[in-house]
Design a protein around this ligand. Structure first.
Ligand code: GLN
Length: 380
């Protein structure tokens, strides 16, 4: 394996999902729903295939989807973007992240990352040859350590990678925190790469796109996808929204990474994005009920549960159960209790910082969540 990838192992999500199958454990690890996406979106995909929309799509997205993305972004953020010049459709947000890094980062450029972070960030930054600087968000509230950020950002910083709502903690950056980040970026001419895939799962506060703050659109790439919002994580449809000078870099990388994304799924995704807002309200209602089952259950089982404002994840402190670290705890949980969680130490530059914390997901049907909670209450 190439040197730039040597330090990375099989992703923790794959490892844990394989263990779940091996031990017949209930999988509250990898974030994928165990229920299906909406029928009207699936029907739209079938229809598109039948209508013969099956050859290569336009590289940066089928016009219908670019327009639907722009219209949705306007509703959500108030920003009016040009679907032709400022929207690039990618194979999931993971590709948008990779294309953004590879298209806009030069080897040696400094990029700031908030730990714990979603694992693909570090790997794709490594592929781009970036110099990574980590800022750790700490429990219980994972708030932005403003002074640390101020001393980390300089004229040498090329970009800050921001994920809100935040995987794995469920933290959402507040307007005040985003203002701090924005003013540092403007002062030092820094870009922001914003991963907002959980924006529709904002329970405790309003989601704010940093691109909508004054002076920020011109320096921000906003990324999102269909997977979480429409419970279709296997479709791998994502996009990046950015002003033309940044879109150019993203598109250059995208052109040579995947060239284009699945044509019929793009048409169906356009249909999905045009759904009335009531869909999103219902989604949130459903997830609030699931979240309550998991959070209450984890508390009753004896965990210290950290508050989660958004995403379909919660993180907990597992130390009341006396295991050495997050990995040992997750192994015990799978083998002795029959439940899978995700250890978080792999999401830190310094794994020690995550050794007390594990992540559970509640994107599962209510019966599954209840069974998992029951097992933990009985066996932990
Ligand atoms: N984003 C999902 C999670 O955090 C799944 C990631 C993956 O499987 N690569 O669980």
């Amino acid at each position: 394996v190439a040197k730039r990838l040597e330090k990375f192992k099989t992703t923790i999500f794959t490892q844990m999902s394989m263990l779940a199958i091996k031990h017949g454990a209930i999988n509250l690890g990898q974030g994928f729903p165990n229920f299906d996406g909406p029928d009207f979106v699936k029907e739209a995909a079938i229809q598109s295939i039948k209508e013969g929309k099956n050859q290569y799509a336009r590289g940066y997205g089928v016009p219908d989807l670019n327009s639907a993305v722009a219209a949705r972004f306007k509703k959500d953020s108030g920003l009016e973007v040009d679907p032709e010049k400022e929207v690039t459709v990618t194979s999931g947000c993971t590709e948008a992240i990779a294309a953004t890094m590879l298209g806009l980062i030069n080897p040696g450029d400094e990029v700031i990352l908030f730990a714990p972070f979603y694992d693909s960030y570090e790997a794709t930054l490594s592929m781009a040859g970036a110099k990574i600087k980590g800022i750790t968000l700490r429990p219980p509230d994972f708030s932005l350590p403003i002074d640390e950020l101020k001393s980390a950002v300089s004229k040498n910083t090329r970009a800050i990678l921001l994920n809100t709502p935040h995987n794995p903690t469920g933290k959402m950056f507040t307007r005040d925190e985003l203002n701090v980040i924005a003013s540092l970026c403007i002062e030092n001419d820094v870009l922001v790469f914003a991963d907002e895939v959980y924006d529709k799962l904002a329970f405790e506060m309003e989601h704010i796109s940093i691109a909508s703050l004054p002076g920020m659109y011109e320096r921000t790439v906003t990324m999102n996808s269909l997977g979480k919002t429409f419970s279709l994580t296997g479709w791998k449809i994502g996009w990046a929204i950015a002003p033309p000078h940044l879109t150019w870099g993203v598109r250059q990388a995208h052109s040579y990474l995947t060239f284009a994304t699945s044509t019929p799924m793009q048409y169906a995704s356009a249909t999905a994005l045009r759904t009335p807002d009531s869909y999103y309200e219902e989604l949130k209602r459903d997830y609030s009920a699931k979240k309550a089952i998991l959070v209450e259950g984890l508390k009753e089982a004896g965990f210290t549960v950290y508050p989660s404002s958004g995403t379909y994840f919660v993180v907990v402190d597992h130390t009341p159960f006396g295991l050495d670290n997050d990995i040992a705890f997750c192994e015990y949980l799978i083998k002795e209790v029959g439940v899978v969680a995700i250890p978080t130490s792999v999401f830190y530059l310094n794994p020690e910082e995550g050794k007390n914390i594990v992540r559970f997901t509640f994107c599962k049907d209510e019966d599954t969540l209840r069974s998992a909670v029951q097992r933990m209450k009985e066996k932990l």
